[in-house]
Design a protein around this ligand. Sequence first.
Ligand code: ADP
Ligand code: TPP
Ligand code: MG
Ligand code: MG
Ligand code: MG
Length: 329
Amino acid sequence: MVDEFSLIQSIQPKEKRHKDLMTGIGDDAAVYRTDHHAEQMICMDTMTEGIHFTSATMKAYDIGWKALAANISDIAAMGGFPDYYLVSVAMPSEWSSEMKEMYRGMEDLGSMFQMDLIGGDTTSSRSGLVITITAVGHAEQGKVFLRSGAKPGDLVFVTGYLGESAAGLALLLKDIDINDQKAKHQLIKSHQRPMPQVEAARLLRGIPSRFAVNDISDGLASEANEIAEASGVTININYQSLPVSKSLSQLDAHDQRRFMLSGGEDYQLLITAPEENSEVLRDVFMKHGVLLTKIGVVTRGRPEVYLIDKGTKTLLTKSGYNHFKSNKE
Ligand SMILES: Nc1ncnc2c1ncn2[C@@H]1O[C@H](COP(=O)(O)OP(=O)(O)O)[C@@H](O)[C@H]1O
Ligand SMILES: Cc1ncc(C[n+]2csc(CCOP(=O)(O)OP(=O)(O)O)c2C)c(N)n1
Ligand SMILES: [Mg+2]
Ligand SMILES: [Mg+2]
Ligand SMILES: [Mg+2]
């Protein structure tokens, strides 16, 4: 069986039939122009019972929230603001009483960004719940952040904290345990109710600069490799610079490391920006109380990612989540 990324590569259309299509397959969302002032963007993400959640890890409310969060996150990663969403649900009969709760989760998150639910589809399922959301957003013309926008000399930043979601999942699955109940609650919340970084995208849009952005669904290592490949650059990440939350610091060092590098589902933004704009970038994020951490640099070279840990440099491969591949370390 081929892995997820090669499979997607193999279905890439050879030509664009509409000149208004700017970006199709290969980024967080597709972008096309509808008038001279705005770019439209559209994306789709699915959550499947047994793969993205089980009855032990997520309640119906959380499933709705997180499915929409993953889509909003892709719009944010393109520099957009989310506007509309459509929901397709394939549902085993035992889930039907939970449908309202799932929509309440979506509504609670969607209303924060004034999103309208505009349609969808419903079918029965004989093998678990599947929810697919399509989100539509917009950005000002010329303000779209592509994965291909990184250049040698840029600095690499990340919003928020990494690894909390994967730690929360490990706690829910009882793979690990910690005594600090407050930290445990926080990590589990990060897994069940991630907050997409719409505010960070808004702040970036206000800064006149070039940015490459990717949201972290499959893990830092994987997403950094996607920017390196799309931009044709080398990304160097300093392990000691990664932001460790107070809650994650309760875990042992090995768990912290694997969750931060390849845990995934953090829905934070990985950003590259020219060094000359980095001061204003830091100032703007600081002023608005959005955590932004410098974690590395972009250099000329092969499209690869290196991790520098106390002076030792190692190749960081796409070690994150990959459908159709074993995700065990
Ligand atoms: N089955 C599919 N058919 C067409 N395009 C797809 C399919 N699966 C993924 N893609 C496209 O491939 C790109 C990468 O997808 P994905 O890895 O899911 O991105 P993300 O992690 O940002 O959600 C996106 O442009 C997405 O629209
Ligand atoms: C029960 C369970 N096992 C494992 C995971 C971990 N997991 C499942 S999918 C995934 C990656 C993100 O999902 P994907 O479908 O790849 O989203 P996309 O990259 O398209 O946004 C991760 C880390 C989980 N959330 N729940
Ligand atoms: Mg994405
Ligand atoms: Mg996706
Ligand atoms: Mg993925």
